[in-house]
Design a protein around this ligand. Structure first.
Ligand SMILES: Nc1ncnc2c1ncn2[C@@H]1O[C@H](COP(=O)(O)OP(=O)(O)OP(=O)(O)O)[C@@H](O)[C@H]1O
Length: 764
């Protein structure tokens, strides 16, 4: 159907204007060509035709064009299963010139490749096709064109074909390939070049040799004419700042950039200022003060996830936050691990990443803020924050940086595994409304049955252990389950649990009044190793906009200060602290068991309006909440903070699925996480002990870790965590080590970062 519409001669194609323009310019010959070839070109992908398609890729240019003509008909064969090669933009005769250099005299006299070598060629919206060759425009970096010449050169980076045996084991690699074409006249060449420009290819207009050579004369008229090429309009070269971490990738990043990436950027006309970092934190400092007018098209990070994290933090701590979040970040993976660009854009080698940047487009991604509740300090991240075993490995690995280089994580991991401590955490998390929606029925049906009975059992269990009288345990249950008590009376706070249902409301504070009216309660998840208490969550449930660069003392809101929040949490925690939780058995509670229907959420397919659409805001007290004012709690099942306390080998808060560059595609940490779904994916590895850890790590390699009974996985809007007194307080944020003091909170900031480039096909 679509095909027949496309084929209809009267239906203007999306490039109809272009068609008319180019064909008006191109004269009778190419008009005839175009009319003859109006059907969309198709390229068979199936069966024996796969082979033929591979035979006719652009790399086979060494074959005789005449012989290859025999294959031409295959391109036009319609097949329902074939993929379209786009709409035709321009067509004509071209000669593929295998001579690398042609003298200017050749050009003007028309010597060089003869007309007998010319073959039919066409440019579509997706590819350049000549004879039996197909060169995808995705692989084209730019076109070089010398003024007034008949020839132009297409610079491409095509995937190098390997023999079938090797291709299974080796990553596909791209290499530069230049195709020099000669058109029948210089006017025709200009039309070809303009057509490429219209397809967003960068045109590198070279001055006429007379301009640069000694042949230059005083003939100013000629000179002006040579400069003047009004009919080739192409995109202007972008101006970018490149921040390169020379330590990344064990010192190889400079070489990677200069040898592999810079030539591509230069071909694409990029105007770059390259800054090599001199110390850790340099990138952050630089970005926090840089004048954006010097790099209007963005900042390119060359290195690992660490340097990207520095740049992100440098941007987000600026006072001009609206402008700062609109600055796109490009990533050239040259570090030990580049999970962000691999997971989101699907590229893991520097050349593909450079091409993704050249091709342009933007991909919005969520950001998370890790906030130290006591101090107000904030560190932003885009990939993952983790606690427990992994953060210990990160910390230990720093000691071995010089001695073991890339192996240091393995060495540190092994050593840490041998002397594995126990990690205990207090966790509170607010699941997304979808998560709640999926589990709500189950919770409602089973709440009394499961939560109460489990609690009852737990507390009896604890009572027996601790010698607490049973009656007091029962009264604890009553107090927990009673909505009145849940207002916080038990622990003497004025807080109610107010949480919005959607992360955007929660984070952006779009409707604080509504939030005042709704108040929730903690959902108490029963765990055999946990004792659960009602928890007020002032800070996490209040919403007020604030600039994340300001400390809490800078805030202009009136009423309860955040110390209230901290106090409440600390109050609650001190309650926790009185009761030791020592069991290592973790059992996912009823809510955790419920299998959510994961939804990828909104997709980024339109250019975002970055102008203040999603200001960075963190949760805080509501407007008008005055000190001492008591809000009447309105229990709502929508606003559930879940509380967990106990031993965990690891707690990971993932913003995307976290592929590691070394892994196969199935080996992802958070398989259900999506970078722009307005939620964070919380992965809890419960319990302690080497056996359990080993089992988890092995299952992770095979993508089966979520099926382990002691692994919990839930999508959340926000999460608070406090390490136990004896637990090491390291925390990794995108591979950067920080230390937790007191309680910290991870919150989501939707779409606050934009990456340069669009996801590769296989990532969509
Ligand atoms: N010139 C420098 N000297 C030392 N450290 C630096 C320098 N520039 C940046 N850094 C720090 O190096 C750390 C690692 O950087 P990055 O992630 O880019 O590389 P990497 O090869 O992936 O590193 P790693 O193997 O440590 O994860 C970052 O924390 C960054 O702050």
């Amino acid at each position: 159907m679509l095909k027949s519409v496309l084929e209809h001669p009267n239906v203007p194609s999306p490039t109809g204007f272009l068609h008319r323009y180019v064909h008006r310019m191109s004269g009778k010959h190419s008009q005839t060509e175009t009319i003859q070839q109006t059907s969309p070109v198709v390229f068979s992908e199936t069966g024996s035709k796969v082979k033929s398609s591979e035979q006719i890729d652009a790399n086979s240019t060494s074959e005789d064009p005449v012989k290859l003509k025999a294959h031409e008909h295959r391109l036009d064969i319609g097949d329902e299963k074939s993929s379209l090669l786009g709409y035709e933009v321009f067509s004509g005769k071209l000669v593929l010139d295998k001579k690398t250099k042609t003298s200017g005299d050749d050009e003007q006299t028309g010597s060089g490749p003869g007309n007998s070598d010319s073959i039919d060629a066409k440019l579509t919206t997706k590819a350049l096709i000549w004879g039996s060759h197909v060169l995808s425009l995705e692989d084209v970096i730019s076109i070089s064109y010398g003024a007034c010449f008949r020839h132009f050169t297409v610079h491409a980076y095509s995937v190098r074909r390997r023999s079938y045996g090797l291709s299974c084991f080796m990553k596909p690699q791209r290499s530069q390939k230049d195709f020099r074409f000669v058109a029948s006249s210089s006017e025709e060449a200009i039309k070809w070049v303009q057509s490429f420009a219209d397809q967003q290819c960068y045109i590198n207009c070279l001055p006429h040799p007379m301009m640069s050579s000694k042949k230059q004369t005083s003939n100013l008229v000629v000179t002006e004419a040579l400069y003047d090429l009004p009919y080739i309009k192409c995109k202007s070269p972008p101006r970018l700042l490149v921040i390169l971490n020379p330590r990344s990738g064990h010192g190889r990043s400079s070489k990677v950039f200069h040898n592999q990436v810079e030539p591509i950027f230069k071909l694409a006309g990029f105007k770059m200022e390259v800054v090599k970092t001199k110390y850790a934190g340099h990138a952050r400092e630089l970005v926090s003060t840089i004048d954006f007018s010097t790099c209007p098209e963005g900042i390119i990070c060359v290195g690992g996830d660490g340097i990207v994290n520095e740049v992100l933090n440098g941007l987000l701590i600026r006072d001009d936050q609206k402008e700062a979040i609109s600055v796109p970040i490009g990533i050239i993976p040259a570090g030990s691990d580049n999970s962000l660009v691999w997971t989101i854009l699907g590229v893991r080698d520097p050349i593909s990443a450079a091409m993704t940047i050249v091709k342009g487009g933007l991909t919005a991604t969520d950001v998370f803020a890790v906030e130290w509740i006591q101090t107000g300090a904030i560190h932003f991240g885009t990939t993952v924050s983790y606690f427990g075993f992994l953060s210990d490995v990160l910390e230990l690995s720093e000691k071995y940086q010089k001695r073991f280089g890339p192996l240091r994580y393995f060495v540190a991991g092994f050593l840490k595994f041998l002397c594995l401590p126990k990690y205990s955490f207090e966790l509170e998390y607010l699941p997304t409304s979808k998560e709640l929606g999926n589990s709500k029925e189950k919770v409602l049906e089973n709440q009394d049955k499961i939560v109460m009975s489990d609690l009852y059992t737990d507390i009896i269990h604890e009572s027996r252990k601790e010698g607490i009288p049973r009656a007091s345990s029962l009264s604890s249950i009553d107090s927990i389950m009673s909505p009145d008590r849940m207002s916080g009376g038990d622990i003497g706070t004025t807080g109610s649990t107010v949480a919005s249902n959607e992360p955007s409301d929660y984070v952006r504070g779009l409707d604080p009044k509504l939030k005042h009216l709704s108040s929730g309660r903690n959902t108490l998840v029963s765990e055999p190793d946990e004792v659960l208490h009602p928890q007020p969550h002032l800070s996490a449930n209040f919403n007020w906009p604030r600039t994340r660069s300001k400390s809490r003392t800078d805030k202009t809101w009136t009423g309860l200060t955040v110390t209230n929040d901290s106090r409440c949490s600390r109050g609650a925690t001190s309650l926790y602290d009185k009761e030791d939780i020592s069991s290592t058995v973790s059992d996912p509670g009823p809510v955790w068991d419920s299998e959510a229907k994961w939804d990828t959420g909104p997709k980024w397919d339109a250019e975002p309006n970055w102008e203040g659409e999603n200001p960075i805001e963190l949760p805080g007290p509501p407007d008008g909440l005055e000190l001492g004012m008591k809000l009447e709690p309105v229990p709502s099942l929508e606003d559930k903070w879940f509380v967990k306390k106990g031993k965990f080998l690891g707690v990971l808060v993932c913003n995307h699925s976290c592929k590691t560059v070394q892994s196969l595609s199935s080996q992802v940490v958070a398989p259900k996480a999506v970078h722009d779904d307005n939620s964070l994916d919380l992965l809890l590895v419960g319990g302690s002990g080497r056996l359990r850890l080993l089992r988890f790590l092995i299952c992770l390699q095979f993508g089966r870790h979520l099926s382990l009974p002691y692994v919990d996985y839930v999508k959340v809007k926000s999460m608070k965590i406090r390490p136990g007194l004896t637990t090491h307080n390291g925390c990794g944020i995108d591979g950067e080590l920080v230390h937790v003091k007191g309680q910290i909170m991870c919150s989501l900031l939707p779409d606050q970062c934009r990456l340069i480039g669009r996801p590769a096909q296989h990532c969509k």
